[in-house]
Design a binder for this molecule. Structure first.
Ligand code: GAL
Ligand code: ZN
Length: 655
């Protein structure tokens, strides 16, 4: 059964409301309630003085209505006494200032003092609730970012990290190329995290920034591992996760989730869809990406239930169908639990207009009835959680590539994320399931490996991709692959795409970083014309055939996309960035050759995914647009309302 959950903050409401809230949630069909994540000041109002009676009572009330809880550790929000007594538990920002504790999430997760208190409160909780049947799972902290704190502890940590990696300053200076601008260290104490306002990073050494990002991500992973240990020490059977989002300082999710039992995500798709089909937002990539953290089904711990309005003014009202459509889209991409944010809109605090399911009036509303309809609908598929997405197409992602792109920008508007999204949307548009995979994952069982902008090439991956192609697989590489070494320095003395050259069967003779704003033309060998932008690699085939050539400027006629037969398989190299139609057509061609099942002709913005397994086979057709869409599928004509999801079971009928 797909579990329906609700995010609830009992500490924010008068206890006289709890009973009625619980009864209403249970009547709706809610099975799990996520609580406690920010409530440290109620658990430990004064240092060492613990109060869990209120939490016992809240759990008792919820359990009285047959619901279990996801218990959040409250470590995102230490009480103010901690900052008062131990200012060293406060983060320092990029400018070296201690942050002002007026919002949340101010704690330095590496501070030994903070860890001491965090461990104590988490330990108290875990001891109290260990093994209790009311506890469904644990959530660690909230929406962790990569650790960019610059306090003395974190600075010292950075130096230790480098000492362990390079041992000597000579090696470090050499690896980073510190001779440039007299950046050579003559003492470890000279090493700092990149300080100063963000924009200055453009002037900083990319190798330094790269190792700093790795250190920062490792810190967050270490913090998660530590919290996991604190809980498991008291409750070895505990099921533990943490809720992820995509903040400015992205962690390394693969490391972060390694010690956790299940991946989880806070799913807030945009409230207002753009009209322009070229700019159409698809949340499918985010969901498939989260599924990749543990390469299995995941949970949504915050699912959009009302228009948000906290970090920005309020969003427009949710369109009819949006609550249900986005929730089912998450299921369609592998979610087995959906916990909606939040039961009732806060009456106090910064998020008073970040709408939950119920508005301040506490009355059932349009969104409430839509959620009820969704729950009744999911109840018709009781074994849906015994299915998973199976894919023949892998899309490779690596945090290191992400960091490298951020640390040294390429042409204006060129983003790693965009490259991933374009390929992913191309697959969605053809009704093809995609698995996002970490670099180290096995490609066994896949027919196609999409490898966009693999800036930093590791020999190991190059060999595995060659092997994959040799044994019949299809690889797709794009521009800016094989440019750098593992330190984020440029590879010297070999034409691009560097170590991928043999596989790609072509070389880059020149490149033109035209930027995302400038549009040029491309013509495929079959005579189609496409708009391109951002980047142009001028290719010289070395055994590859030309799939498309540039149609303008001084390089008109020069190869832009090539196809190279390699062993029993092949490799495509895409030297540019194009409009969405290019990816749809290119991928359709490649999938046809590789024998990947697809559904060409889906209207833009319509997604088709499939979950299958012992629980049956389910196809999900989602109209992620604000227009009605007609879809022709296996001889059936289907009309979809804006944001509507249709589900097909083994019986074949679309419900
Ligand atoms: C999430 C966060 C929640 C709440 C929500 C509002 O990012 O985890 O605590 O702030 O956003 O949309
Ligand atoms: Zn710190």
């Amino acid at each position: 059964m797909i579990q329906i959950g609700m995010d609830y903050y009992p500490e924010q409401w008068d206890p006289s409301l709890w009973e009625e809230d619980a009864a209403r949630m249970a009547a709706l069909g809610v099975k799990v309630v996520r609580i406690a994540e920010f409530a440290w000041s109620r658990m430990e109002p004064r240092e060492g003085e613990f109060h869990f009676e209120w939490l016992d009572e809240a759990i008792r009330v919820l359990a009285g209505h047959g619901m279990r809880v996801i218990l959040g550790t409250p470590t995102n929000c230490p009480p103010l006494w901690m900052y008062q007594h131990y200012p060293e538990t406060l983060q320092q920002d990029r400018t070296g200032q201690r942050v002002f504790p007026g919002i949340r999430g101010h704690r330095c997760m590496m501070s030994p003092k903070f860890r001491f208190y965090a461990r104590r409160v988490v330990g108290e909780m875990a001891r109290r609730y260990a093994g209790r049947p009311e506890i469904f799972a644990w959530q660690i902290d909230n929406e962790l970012e990569s650790n960019h704190c610059t306090c003395p502890t974190c600075r010292a940590g950075f130096r230790d990290f480098l000492r362990q990696k390079y041992h000597t300053l000579d090696r470090l200076n050499d690896a980073w190329g510190n001779v440039v601008w007299s950046g050579e260290y003559s003492g470890w104490e000279q090493i700092q995290p990149p300080l100063g306002p963000d924009y200055e990073t453009d002037w900083m050494n990319p190798a330094w920034l790269q190792d700093y990002e790795r250190y920062a991500a490792a810190g967050t992973a270490d913090y998660v591992r530590a919290q996991c240990g604190w809980i498991r020490q008291e409750d070895p059977e505990a099921r533990i996760t943490t809720n992820s989002c995509f903040p400015a300082h992205l962690p390394d999710f693969y490391q972060e989730f390694a010690p956790l039992d299940v991946a989880a995500y806070d799913n807030y798709p945009v409230g207002a869809l753009p009209r322009d089909p070229e700019a159409l937002y698809s949340n499918g990539f985010a969901l498939d990406f989260v599924r990749s953290f543990k390469q299995k089904n995941f949970w949504v711990l915050e699912q959009l239930a009302g228009p948000t309005g906290c970090w920005a003014p309020m969003n427009p009202a949710m369109e009819p169908g949006m609550l249900e459509g986005y929730a089912l889209q998450a299921v369609a991409h592998g979610a087995d639990l959906l916990s909606f944010f939040r039961w009732r809109t806060a009456a106090t605090g910064a998020e008073m207009f970040c709408h939950g399911l119920l508005d301040h009036d506490n009355q059932p509303n349009r969104r409430y009835w839509e959620l009820e309809q969704l729950i009744r609908r999911l109840e018709r598929y009781p074994r849906l959680d015994e299915t998973a997405l199976h894919s023949e197409v892998a899309l490779l992602y690596a945090p290191d590539q992400e960091f490298a792109f951020q640390n040294k920008r390429q042409s204006p508007g060129f983003a790693y994320w965009t490259q991933l999204r374009l390929l992913h949307e191309g697959c969605m548009n053809l009704g093809v399931n995609v698995d996002v995979l970490p670099e180290t994952a096995s490609l066994e069982g896949y027919r196609v490996a999409l490898v966009p902008t693999w800036l930093m090439a590791r020999e190991e991956l190059v060999h595995r991709l060659e092997d994959f192609a040799r044994r019949g697989g299809t690889v797709l590489l794009t521009n800016r692959s094989g440019v750098k070494d593992e330190h984020n320095n440029c590879l010297l003395g070999q034409p691009l795409p560097g170590p991928f050259r043999a596989l790609a069967g072509c070389r880059v003779t020149e490149y033109d970083p035209i930027g995302a704003e400038r549009t040029q033309q491309l013509r495929s060998a079959s005579g189609q014309t496409y708009a391109i932008h951002t980047w142009c690699d001028l290719l010289e085939p070395e055994g590859a055939e030309v799939w498309a050539a540039y149609a303008g400027r001084y390089y008109a006629g020069t190869a832009a996309i090539t196809r190279h037969r390699f062993g029993g398989g092949q490799c495509y190299y895409v030297g540019t960035v194009g409009e969405k139609a290019l990816y749809r057509d290119l991928l359709a061609c490649l999938f046809r050759e590789a024998g990947v099942d697809m559904v060409p002709g889906l209207p833009p913005g319509v997604e088709l995914t499939c979950r299958s397994g012992p629980g049956g086979r389910y196809r999900f057709l989602f109209n992620n647009t604000m227009d009605r869409q007609t879809v022709h599928l296996e001889g059936t004509e289907l009309e979809l309302a804006p944001l509507e999801v249709r589900v097909q079971t083994e019986k074949g009928e679309w419900q």
